[in-house]
Design a protein around this ligand. Structure first.
Ligand code: ARG
Length: 571
């Protein structure tokens, strides 16, 4: 039921329970058993104050609610310490219409007037994005979209890994061996090959290490030639990443790579601030900030004066929170960087920034592939993000060829469904856990998969196309009240959408939304199986059912959009 309606309803209960109506309305939960009514009010917390056992209290209050004859209430039942409420069909439809006709479905303005910055994808120049970046990209974009539904002003940030001694090495390698590669036609692979080559050659020629470090020093000091080469590396890499982001529909608003903070003025500023707070200590020639016994100190400046990943992240946090005036700062990065972020946030706390508590590491687990062999994962190397997308698309195309061989634009559909399958599968998993990646399951059209949700949307679309033709109408209204259980259940479930969005955002867990979309798909399937639509005589009922189909499509498409997934017209 809608939040405002529960609030109204709670207003009727303030003389029965010792709480304000807003607080009462926050207590309602979904009954564990669907046959136990539409919403449930646990009374355990009142037991002590009112000096009654929960089941006794639930029974008494339930009776009092019945006596009040409140509008919309059909049944009230006490089960254990719960009061279960069933609404009338008319009341559900009335609420549902209000819900579905909202302009921005499920949005609220809890974040209004606040700025949220979210760092996601953030690959490392010269290296292909791997499955870790797949997660950072997909989860990050979904949380970014979720934040928008909560009314935040959102800045999507690409904290590109474009600085560090490796770029000195790479530029040196480029000057030495660059001409052996086809930078003109195959620039990104050439760049990566060069990277791999340097690390291989160094094993036999350790002196190359020094050459690389010296080149980095010169790059830091502003050497023009090296700077030009380095800039070229960034352009080549960004062009490559852009292709992947386009496939995934991922967008950043701002690119501020690590090099942006490597500027000596910014770094000196960080060092100055730490010194003023007397946090900087010397340790084996380097400068560090000591934390607690449980964690190693945070390394700020190496003995040769060079900055580190952490130093650049401190500068970046200052930039985000002070220069850009953000209120919330999210880092969507794998769990393997847990220590780094805990150190970073502790240093910010020690620097007395009150906003340190508004910085969050949105961590995630790793992928474990079942049947890696099915993918041409160049043995022993990292699994590339694009290879995962290609493989999924290929598998979906096979399925289409066997199920629906006459489909038009098969390749385009396979791309939408294949990419959607990977994205959905990722988001369906609780992000903190590792993901068991099973190709068959991920691309299954009928299982708990993205294709299944997309398929449900496609079914709605096809039904509506046929209906428009048959009834010579473009849109459908709820002409009569719907009363089949499958219809009521579907409407009641969908009205939970705003709650799902806000819970997903608050926990930074898009899996609540993904699971919800599966539930809606299943509820739609029950409705579709039990309630005939285009074959019935009763035109008013037919229209109402079509209105429900079109509402379901809206919820599915809006929800998928938040997860950054689209659905094809047919599949
Ligand atoms: N480039 C890093 C990596 O690929 C991720 C950067 C995350 N963001 C940050 N502010 N440290 O591992």
């Amino acid at each position: 039921m809608l939040k405002e309606k529960l609030l109204d309803f709670s207003g009727h209960l303030t003389d029965l329970l010792p709480l304000e109506k807003t607080e009462i309305s926050n207590l309602f939960e979904k009954p564990k058993n669907k046959d136990h009514g539409h919403t449930s009010l646990p009374v355990f917390r009142f037991s002590k104050t009112l000096k009654k056992a929960p089941p006794v209290l639930a029974k008494e209050v339930a009776e009092q609610i019945i006596n009040k004859k409140i509008d919309g209430v059909k049944e009230v039942q006490a089960v254990g310490g719960f009061i279960n409420i069933t609404w009338t069909n008319g009341y559900i439809l009335e609420n549902f219409k209000e819900f579905i006709n909202e302009e921005k479905l499920g949005y609220n303005d809890s974040g209004k007037g606040r700025k949220l910055i979210i760092d996601y994808s953030s690959p490392n120049v010269a290296k292909p994005m791997h499955v870790g970046h797949l997660r950072a990209t997909i989860i990050g974009q979904a949380i970014r979209n979720l934040a928008q539904t909560q009314g935040f002003e959102v800045i999507g940030l690409n904290h590109l890994g474009d600085w560090g001694v490796q770029f000195g090495k790479l530029a040196w390698a480029y000057k030495k061996w660059g001409s052996e590669y086809d930078f003109k036609n195959d620039s990104f692979n050439s760049l990566y090959s060069l990277y791999v080559r340097f690390h291989k050659e160094v094993e036999e020629h350790p002196e190359y290490e020094k050459e690389g470090a010296a080149a980095f020093k010169r790059l830091e000091e502003g050497d023009e030639e090296l700077h030009k080469i380095w800039k070229e590396f960034i352009d080549i890499s960004m062009a490559q990443y852009q292709k992947t982001w386009d496939r995934l529909g991922v967008k950043h608003d701002l690119v501020k790579g690590e090099s942006f903070y490597a500027d000596p003025r910014k770094l000196d500023h960080v060092v100055d601030l730490l010194e003023k707070k007397e946090l900087l200590e010397e340790s084996e020639g380097a400068w560090v900030v000591h934390l607690d016994e449980k964690r190693p100190p945070c390394l700020i400046k190496k003995s040769d004066g060079a900055s580190l990943y952490a130093t650049r992240d401190i500068a970046s946090a200052l930039y985000r929170m002070q220069d850009l005036e953000c209120d919330v700062n999210l880092y969507v990065v794998g769990s393997e960087q847990k220590l780094h972020f805990s150190q970073l946030f502790s240093v910010l706390e020690k620097m007395d920034y009150p906003w340190a508590k508004d910085c969050h590491h949105v961590a995630f687990g790793m992928y474990r592939f079942k049947n890696v062999g099915k993918m041409s994962s160049r043995k022993g190397q990292v699994i590339r993000l694009d290879d995962v997308l290609d493989k999924a698309t290929e598998m979906v195309l096979e399925r289409i060829n066997s199920k629906n061989p006459d489909l038009k634009n098969k390749d385009d559909v396979a791309e939408i469904v294949g990419v959607g399958a990977v994205v959905f599968n990722d988001l369906l998993n609780d992000r903190v856990k590792d993901v068991e990646f099973d190709w068959e399951k991920v691309t299954d059209f009928e299982g708990d998969s993205g294709p299944y949700v997309q398929y449900s949307a496609v079914r709605c679309k096809s039904l509506l196309r046929k209906a428009k033709e048959k009834l010579k109408k473009d849109s459908f209204d709820f002409a009569v009240t719907l009363s089949e259980k499958a219809e009521i259940d579907l409407m009641n479930l969908m009205m939970d959408y705003p709650n799902i969005l806000s819970n997903s955002y608050k926990t930074f867990k898009p899996n609540y939304l993904a699971s919800f979309l599966l539930e809606v798909s299943r509820a739609f399937s029950s409705f579709y199986n039990k309630c005939p639509i285009l074959s019935i005589e009763d035109k008013a009922l037919m229209e109402s059912r079509l209105a429900l189909v079109s509402a379901t499509l809206k919820v599915l498409e809006e929800g998928l959009k938040v997860l950054n997934i689209t659905s094809p017209e047919e599949m």
